[in-house]
Write a new protein. Sequence first.
Length: 206
Amino acid sequence: MFKSLKNIDSSFKQVRFVVIVFLITCAGITGYSVYSAYNFAEAQRQKIYVLDQGKSLMLALAQDLSTNRPVEARAHVCMFHELFFTIAPDKQAIEGNVRRALFLADRSVYNCYKDLEAKGYYNRMISANINQKIQIDSVICNFNHYPYAVTTYAKQLIIRETSVTERNLVTRCNLLNTVRTDNSPFAYMIEKFEITNNEDIKTIKR
């Protein structure tokens, strides 16, 4: 009888131990779930949801806006240079690219375009069936002072039927903050644009 009672007592202790471990585990899982849910709710509160004309839901991360501005500045400058300096021997293609580039800049770019046009630059490209491409090496932006001074280093490739001329291209401009639109998605405006270096480097026969 004594041995039987001892076995019952031992079994009761084992059951009690298992129950305690189970309860502690459940409490731990519950606590972790509540903590995770709280963190998720806090993260969601820091986000802004904007309804775009009742059609689509866009997520605006206001806290990341200032962090992304330097990236957007370089993207804006790269987009402008690719539009303005990429030339196909087709008048409509040239005018289309220049029109899109002008949305990203002020009248200084328009003056540069009219100057090239007056010198017959685009007509020579079309008549000689020449393509022009640009390879951007780097975009250096100074965000310590506003408006932001930008220097762009790139290379132009003048592609003819018999040769390819590589030309150095260095430009300077200032960047102004502006309104974000479809035509200017990065909310910047280029001003005081100038070409400071545009020398031939080499010509390769094809």
